[in-house]
Design a binder for this molecule. Structure first.
Ligand SMILES: [Zn+2]
Length: 116
């Protein structure tokens, strides 16, 4: 099973080889609170940019451990790349960029990224 998503203008398309999540993380860090993302995390091996990787730009802040990748045309950040504490690469997907997901049906858990 897989699901697909995109930035707003459609230049950047991605696919995740996993069932569409039923839960999401809402983080209150200085970045997430501004963009309002609903996040779900996947091993990088299950994540693929299928179109528009040349349109992606990178934004890093604080410890610079997370590579926030956004579309240069529309500015939407559909995903970010990072690593788990053991070093294995992961992707944080913004479920708001996945049209097939019913956002109101997600079980949203809060993460206190402002204090982490
Ligand atoms: Zn775009």
């Amino acid at each position: 099973m897989s699901f697909e998503g995109s930035c707003h203008c459609g230049a950047v398309q991605f696919k995740v080889d996993a069932p569409p999540p039923t839960t999401a993380i809402s983080c209150n860090c200085s970045h997430c609170r501004r963009r309002g993302a609903l996040l779900s995390f996947f091993p990088a091996s299950q994540f693929e940019v299928t179109q528009g990787s040349e349109a992606l730009r990178s934004y890093k802040f604080n410890t610079h451990k997370i590579d926030h990748q956004f579309c240069q045309a529309c500015g939407i950040e559909a995903f970010a790349r990072g690593a788990k504490p053991d070093g294995s690469p992961i992707c944080a997907v913004n479920l708001r960029c996945v049209p097939a997901i019913d956002l109101d049906a997600l079980d949203v858990q809060t993460y206190d990224g402002a204090k982490a």
